[in-house]
Design a protein around this ligand. Structure first.
Ligand SMILES: Nc1nc2c(ncn2[C@@H]2O[C@H](COP(=O)(O)OP(=O)(O)OP(=O)(O)O)[C@@H](O)[C@H]2O)c(=O)[nH]1
Ligand SMILES: O=C(O)[C@H](O)COP(=O)(O)O
Length: 232
């Protein structure tokens, strides 16, 4: 990635290999449908980030060549994950690279929040305090971390996984940083990560059009919470 002035904020989008992703949807989606879904979700996230004011760049961290290609098509830079060691390692790798480039802040948005909007993301960025700071948007259940904005990028260790929101808050507090924790109700798109069939129903209740929504409609999967999957 090219060096930025030491003040800018870059978005980081971690994307697991398409074939390995979203195992918790395996009961309701065929492998082909899951592949198409993660691809569509990644496109939606990149489109939203690209339309967001206040970001200096976007970088995708992935080991998947197809995701790498998609990243390039959407104007994102790429960190190729040579060893796949999990989400925390992938995000830490991006943080180290951005910090080495003297980028001011890192906004982590996972590839599975397809309803995130540029308005939501820019609200998060514009409310982020100056200096050393941590802002986050929890998942709608209050447990996960759907957006994490840290400055500088390598200010803290990452704890994605179960209860990551509480763990990120605790980590910031141990560094004597009072994190800005937003109410997920104010960020309905960003707060909706697609993990379970019930999340597809939640997505169906949100209005904005998206690649993901069109795909689910075309496959007849919108509103199918736990039913039998179609062929494919
Ligand atoms: N680069 C990278 N991204 C990851 C990795 N693990 C998860 N992610 C991404 O992080 C986001 C959140 O991951 P999860 O909610 O655990 O998604 P998942 O692993 O695809 O889902 P399950 O298989 O159902 O657990 C998704 O966008 C994933 O693509 C990893 O090892 N490397
Ligand atoms: O929020 C997180 O920490 C990650 O998205 C993983 O959480 P999940 O397993 O609930 O998706």
């Amino acid at each position: 990635m090219s060096a930025a002035e030491p003040s800018g904020i870059w978005a980081v989008v971690p994307v697991k290999s398409f074939a390995a992703a979203k195992q918790r949807l395996a009961g309701a989606f065929s492998p082909r449908q899951r592949h198409a879904l993660v691809r569509a979700m990644m496109r939606d996230v990149l489109v939203a980030l690209r339309a967001t004011r206040g970001l200096d760049g976007i970088v995708v961290v992935t080991a998947d060549p197809e995701a790498g290609l998609l990243a390039r098509e959407h104007g994102a830079q790429l960190i190729f994950e040579r060893d796949v060691l999990g989400l925390n390692t992938a995000v830490a790798e991006a943080a180290g690279r951005l910090a080495a480039q003297r980028v001011g802040g890192m906004l982590v948005v996972p590839g599975d929040v397809p309803m995130a909007t540029p308005v939501e993301i820019s609200a998060l960025v514009s409310s982020h305090p100056p200096g050393v700071a941590v802002s986050l948007v929890p998942a709608h259940d209050g447990q996960g971390t759907n957006a994490l904005l840290v400055s500088p990028p390598d200010v803290m260790a990452f704890s994605y996984g179960p209860l990551s929101c509480a763990l990120h808050v605790a980590t910031a507090e141990m560094l004597t940083i009072e994190p800005m924790v937003h109410d997920p109700a104010g960020f309905p798109g960003l707060a909706l990560d697609i993990d379970l069939p019930a999340d597809i129903e939640r997505l169906g209740r949100l209005a904005p059009a998206s690649h993901t929504r069109r795909l689910l409609e075309a496959e007849g999967l919108l509103g199918v919470a736990s039913g039998a999957r179609s062929t494919g």
